[in-house]
Design a protein around this ligand. Sequence first.
Ligand SMILES: Cc1cc2nc3c(=O)[nH]c(=O)nc-3n(C[C@H](O)[C@H](O)[C@H](O)COP(=O)(O)OP(=O)(O)OC[C@H]3O[C@@H](n4cnc5c(N)ncnc54)[C@H](O)[C@@H]3O)c2cc1C
Ligand code: SF4
Length: 333
Amino acid sequence: MHTFEFIRPENPAAAVATSAKAKTAQQGADVRFVAGGTTLIDLMKLNVETPARLLDINRLPLDKIEATPDGGLKIGATVRNSDLAHHATVQRDYAVLSQALLSGATAQLRNMATTAGNLLQRTRCMYFRDTAMPCNKREPGTGCPAITGSNRTLAVLGTSEHCIASNPSDMCVAMAALEATIHVQGPKGPRAIPIGDFHLLPGSTPHRETLLEPGDLITHVTLPPPKPGSKQVYLKLRDRASYEFALASAAVVITISGGKVTQARIALGGVGTKPWRSPEAEAALVGKSADAANFRKAGEAAMRNAKPQSGNGFKIELAKRCVTHALKMATTA
Ligand SMILES: Cc1cc2nc3c(=O)[nH]c(=O)nc-3n(C[C@H](O)[C@H](O)[C@H](O)COP(=O)(O)OP(=O)(O)OC[C@H]3O[C@@H](n4cnc5c(N)ncnc54)[C@H](O)[C@@H]3O)c2cc1C
Ligand code: SF4
């Protein structure tokens, strides 16, 4: 691993001021915040990330889970994934988030991984992690070997001719269905970004993954008040039952009255280049009977624009079934 300077900023303002000197907050950043380190240190060992400065944010006061005045929830950036998953309010009102977090990684990793770090985890595309290979996301303009190579685990939604990497997060999928907002402190002050806008599609710039700019420190995430009477499920389908990323996953938050769906929020994981909210699936459900045939139609609507690669066409049917089954589980639970 290359050498770097390790800094412990006194407060969030000092962390922002130091990181604002970086050239970019995207791939190739020369200054990085480090939280749990479970993504960043891995990538530094592989020389995929080579920051000259690491700013340890673990002592900053960003580790609380608190109720908001409007009845929602505020989750600090350094709240550990395990603490969030086991928090009583999250288990009661935002069960889909607790389930998504507990489906990820292992207990040891969840004890280290943080809310902000999870939002910013990088793709598991094998070419991205191998500096002997070209990769547009790691080194812009070098090409995308995954398109003609190994792409079984990669995306079928939101891809471009420059990158087909899937976003690996489970937490973000649940947060997309819960309509979370990401709060950032930057050199010009604070701002709030809806999670649907936070991650970028690869387009012709796959090295740009989020809206973050140099100096931007994620301080917390807020969730709106829970929908009264909503049913929630996170279903993750993968090659083995634990310690594995999703091939396809679905987060559903659904409300039913008189046998009809009155509200539905559906997001998918494992299949998109970003955590994938599906307005198509939601529109296919609202106002319809809550039955198996309509659940299947929602799954089909979610994957209508999917584009298979040579090795991942199976994900399209898998994701349809995942949405269908998650809706069945939510409505029969
Ligand atoms: C073996 C393994 C298996 C895994 N399996 C899964 C899985 O099944 N599902 C899943 O969802 N995840 C999985 N993960 C990923 C894991 O969830 C992430 O590594 C973790 O959430 C990252 O959090 P962290 O705090 O360790 O981030 P770090 O590694 O500390 O940071 C990650 C990135 O976020 C940036 N960052 C951190 N905090 C802030 C902040 N406050 N503001 C701005 N930038 C910040 C860092 O600079 C860095 O770029 C797995 C990881 C491993 C190693
Ligand atoms: S899919 Fe994206 S991350 Fe993977 S090799 Fe292609 S450009 Fe790189």
